[in-house]
Design a protein around this ligand. Structure first.
Ligand SMILES: CC(C)(COP(=O)(O)OP(=O)(O)OC[C@H]1O[C@@H](n2cnc3c(N)ncnc32)[C@H](O)[C@@H]1OP(=O)(O)O)[C@@H](O)C(=O)NCCC(=O)NCCS
Length: 177
């Protein structure tokens, strides 16, 4: 059995990723990723993820500048565990709500320490991309993610107020140097 590691998205994890996507769909995440489409063309999906143009999901493209992002997966043996999205720069929307980094662990793998591992292992990659201080934005009631951010050294900045469209988020800076 090998240790968990971060890798670029890879076709070898097709079955495991699709299984995880079913779990994410149950909690209404990644609904824009269609299981049938991915099943038919997983190679194309992985290729698009690797192109760093922010595909497949750039929300609010009609009113904010799209951002390149690097996507990495945490895997262990032949199992997909979670994803980290690293946006290379902030636009005004990411600066207030989205942040540089989003990390997620598939529901059936939560509570086993992978959340902390995924962010910790992502820090040198974030820095390699050229980001010294990464902005993390976390919903105030997401105590799990707040614990992880603080354990990785993130420093609280402030709380963005909720608007009609977006919830309040706590903003943290994570030094990745
Ligand atoms: C936040 C998230 C990544 C945590 O992943 P995880 O693998 O469960 O995290 P860990 O197992 O490393 O646990 C992290 C902390 O949460 C706590 N925790 C985990 N599961 C818990 C549970 N079921 N009940 C209470 N606390 C729990 C752990 O005890 C740990 O805190 P501690 O170190 O002080 O004990 C995961 O819940 C997730 O993917 N959520 C959806 C996406 C998200 O919110 N991303 C973060 C915003 S960018």
């Amino acid at each position: 059995m090998s240790a968990s590691k971060l890798i670029r998205p890879c076709v070898d994890y097709k079955d495991s990723y699709i299984e995880a996507l079913r779990e994410y769909h149950q909690e209404e995440r990644y609904l824009y990723q269609d299981i049938g489409v991915l099943d038919r063309d997983f190679d194309g999906f992985v290729k698009d993820l690797a192109c760093e143009k922010g595909y497949p999901h750039q929300p609010y493209q009609d009113w904010v500048e799209p951002m390149p992002e690097t996507i990495v997966w945490m895997v262990k043996d032949d199992t997909y565990i979670g994803t980290v999205n690293i946006r290379h720069r902030l636009n005004w929307h990411l600066e207030k709500w989205g942040g540089h980094v989003h990390f997620i662990v598939r529901p059936t793998m939560r509570g086993k320490g992978y959340g902390r591992k995924i962010l910790h292992k992502a820090m040198p990659i974030i820095n390699y991309i050229g980001i010294d201080n990464a902005l993390l934005t976390i919903c105030p009631n997401n105590q799990w993610a707040i614990n992880i951010a603080e354990q990785c050294g993130a420093v609280f900045e402030d709380e963005t107020q909720a608007t009609d469209k977006f919830p309040a988020v706590k903003r943290y800076w994570l030094n990745c140097t």
